[in-house]
Design a protein around this ligand. Structure first.
Ligand code: UTP
Length: 292
């Protein structure tokens, strides 16, 4: 069955990018002229998703406003003949059926996903982490949905990262499904392994997964994990050991909008690729690069 629903958890506190995220959700930080979360919603829509639930929290109403109509602004744009930008504004609110739910306390990514239980019902669904912008010619969420279609099991987006990063992310036990391919079976995983010995590999989950509804009873029963938070990885570890999961070493460029360096990388690279200002920005960078 095709994946039609997606959950975007965007309720975290964003402590790594304070003070920028004190009153502005990190998911709303702009990359050139669009907030991060718009890139993520566009990826979901381009992957065939029709219903999106964004998990927000106190102080994040700007996320809802962004995907809402803005009649006054629309009228002003129309009246002044700015039809291109008017159409863009309208398109934002018409991209998909976008729903919102507030996570009442930041109980962790697993808790945020658990909040989506009644929205999801009994179907498999995609999860796109609200602070991970991933740009690819073939949308990364679609790359995962295709593997779900093939095997009918949960799928994680993964990449090889350094041992330093493995301690901050997760580590996967994998075996390639096809020689030379980018799809792997995943039979175990661990969140934030404190030492190299506790890690399975340098493959880590990054930003995207497709989960069966069977993840919910697991999330309801497992104890809190690292940092006293309900960890999505802990629930996926149970699934990978019991029913099995798959991993896709996805093709795409990921920007971690929850980190200072990630924000700058996103702005520079997507700035260079931007239709309107890309060329001028390239000249500007070339100009300052010589003095670095
Ligand atoms: P992160 O762990 O990167 O978010 O979660 P964080 O807790 O905001 O990060 P710190 O404070 O800088 O360490 C990945 C995604 O999951 C969401 C976040 O908003 C982010 O988009 N999230 C995290 C929730 O929705 N709820 C939570 O309780 C935790």
């Amino acid at each position: 069955m095709k994946i039609k629903k997606a959950v975007i958890p965007a309720a975290g506190l964003g402590t790594r990018v304070l003070p920028a995220s004190k009153s502005m959700p990190k998911e709303m930080l702009p990359i050139v002229d669009k907030p991060a979360i718009q890139y993520i919603v566009e990826e979901a829509v381009a992957s065939g998703i029709s219903d999106i639930l964004i998990i927000t929290s106190r102080g994040k109403t700007t996320v809802e406003d962004h995907f809402d109509r803005s009649p006054e602004l629309e009228k002003r744009l129309l009246d002044s003949g700015k039809t291109d930008i008017y159409k863009q504004m309208l398109a934002i609110s018409e991209m998909a059926n976008i729903h919102f739910l507030r996570q009442q306390e930041a109980g962790g990514l697993g808790h945020a996903v658990l909040c989506a239980k009644s929205f999801v019902g009994g179907e498999a669904f995609a999860v796109l982490y609200g602070d991970d912008v991933i740009i690819g010619d073939n949308p990364v969420c679609k790359q995962l949905c295709d593997v779900y279609d093939e095997f009918g099991k949960g799928v994680v987006g993964m990449k090889e990262v350094s041992w330093e990063q493995i301690k901050k992310y997760s580590s996967l036990k994998t075996a390639p499904v096809r020689e030379g391919g980018n799809v792997y079976s995943v039979t175990d995983m661990v969140e934030k392994p404190p030492t190299r010995e506790k890690a399975f590999s340098r493959f880590s989950i990054l930003g995207r997964c497709v989960l069966p509804a069977s993840v919910f009873p697991v999330l309801e029963t497992i104890p809190k994990g690292v940092g006293g938070e309900l960890q999505l990885t802990d629930a996926m570890a149970v699934l990978s050991r019991s029913e099995g999961m798959y991993g896709v070493d996805f093709i795409g460029r990921r920007y971690d909008m929850g980190s200072k360096l990630g924000i700058l990388q996103a702005c520079v690279e997507l700035g260079l690729a931007h239709e309107e200002i890309g060329e001028d920005f390239r000249k500007y960078l070339q100009g300052i690069a010589s003095s670095l």
